[in-house]
Design a protein around this ligand. Sequence first.
Ligand code: GDG
Length: 708
Amino acid sequence: MIMNTLRLQLRFLVPLLLALVATAYLSLPLMDRLTLKWFSRDLNLRDELVTNSLSDSIADALRDNNLERLGASFDRVSRDERLVAIGLCTLANDFILRSKAFPIDVSCAHARELAGHVYPQVDIAGGPVHVGVHSINGPDGPMANLALLHDLSFAGARALLGGGGIPQAPDGASGELAPLAADLRARLRDLEDEFRRSLGPEREWTPERLRSLLHTQLRGDEVIVVSNREPYIHDYDSGHIVVRRPASGLVTAVEPVVQACSGTWIAHGSGAADRDVIDASDRIRVPPGHEAYTLRRIWLSADEEEGYYYGFANEGLWPLCHVAHVRPVFREADWQRYREVNARFADAVVNEARSEDPVVLVQDYHFALLPALISARLPRATIITFWHIPWPNPESFGICPWRREILQGMLGSTILGFHTRFHCKNFIETVDRYLEARIEHEHSVISYKSDQTLVESYPISIAWPSDQTVAAWPSPALCRERVFARLGLGVETRLAIGVDRFDYTKGILERLNAVERLLEKRPEWRGRCVFVQIAAPSRSSLEEYRNFQQRIEAQSVRINERFQSPGYRPIVLIAQHHEHAALTELYRAADVCLVTSLHDGMNLVCKEFVAARDDERGVLILSRFAGAAREMTEALIVNPYHVEESADALHQALVMPEAEQRERMASLRMTVREYNVYRWAGRMLADASRTRLRQRIEARVERHRGQA
Ligand code: GDG
């Protein structure tokens, strides 16, 4: 009996002890080595960026022997990049220049010895310091070395220097090492969060910074974009082929990314002339005339388009996610087409992929099933899915007959992005309600089967116009003159505008009601205020959309009949697609821009309006139900369902003093400039690069475990 118990205990204890020893052996030094490498790699990449951005001015300063300005930029870069100090050394290891905080006891030679490492003894920042030394090259080769010292005090000796605490024993009696992996994962994430926080306020995101990130952090990894809508549509116009840009927020946002990394964009070829311009593999280089990336077109039959696009995506998921009082329609046949088309796009991704671990950017609600389909065939791919529309609460989503399949499909993503934290929270709660998944709320990570998905908010935006772009715009006064002449408006008229796809979620009806109420309540605006609505035709083959368009037309006619006078109509409805330049002209001509969505993922029109107003004039009225309302708090925020509130806001906007307009607009412009589309993409891609690195570390831990 005793022997039996002992044997049993030994059978149980020996593996457990072995596991503990293995854990202790593996975890401490390995953890520290891994985290050290982790941070070193990140810092080396940051160093490369700093070196790149400084190298021209250093080369110029050395050539002209003018170091004064360089000293100031060293101090500024130190502050921005959270560097402890910067030093510039000759190739013979003498200092040319060093920032004020450069430690007196660290020579150039010493810095070179320390390069690439974390050193506790260089304790000038209240903690350990990472040292990097990078070569500055001139036309004839290396000219000098740049020594960059990073503060690592946030990570502390605990994580990086071997004081890492007691490794957690495997819990339970199984003796398995699985908890270690989970622990390691959690700890890496904690450190990552701390690291991100430690970097402080961000530098501005620019196309160059995005390109640098793609080149350094993703080291030229392959990037593939998938969306339903193509960025360029080839059509026939009087027998000639013309290229059109679709009215779509998604295209506006994603194109700068794919341009920056010359990737491949896979999309439905929807133009009448699309087939006449592609090569034998259905590809074409775009943008026309400035070829920067490949567009691969997928052809859909009328039946496929009907079921997948109009049916399931736009009559089912669109109203389901927007909760805008239009009933979702779910048909079995549409669902089948949706599944088939998602499978066809998955084939195209696999077909286009030149590596086994591409970064795939899946765009929007047309492709909920695609992430899992890609992940099954390219398990090493990093799949970033961005959901451009809102995510509803679990009860609302629950009416979808295929809710589990949709969620399972989306959880094939490595990263799942929404515009706001609120949409992320709704999604996580929906998964919690309908699937057996493990949710780490602290890190916003869902584990489902063998996949892990980071659910994160990435507020989308626009590309902030460059100085050259702005310089090429006609002045606001000229824009006003042209628009007023075209519409036959008197010079004293106050102009309010709306620009949207013709969609029932955009609150166009509510906007018209607000204008009507204003004219009712405040007769002084009759004859003096005109509201122009640009409504780009959209999904017109759906009955719901046709009915909506008719209602808007009828409402405009009714309001006009009620308030018009000779030479005056309060509402101008222009149901036509416009070129971007025409929209910019209108934005610059307007006194007020109305964005009154009943529910909107983000809304880019409000950001475009603000970006167009370098004169810091004009007032934005913004629905509180647009994602943008969370960032653009200096707009007049309204509840579009509350007609009195919206009418009052319109009045307030029309009488707002110039100084207040300026104040609000300047602040809005700062927000949109900072939270631009490059930041949206950059944050997502930086998270993807961190995830890729973490996966590599985890794979290495797995291998160590296998060997232990
Ligand atoms: C979805 C989400 C999210 C409009 N008319 C014309 C035209 N537009 C352009 C605008 C703007 C875009 O279309 C509309 O963007 P939104 O963001 O307002 O809306 P959605 O198309 O519904 O986009 C939305 C967006 O995805 C991005 O994630 O913000 O919440 O619903 O860029 O300028 N463009 C042209 N002619 C027009 O007549 N060229």
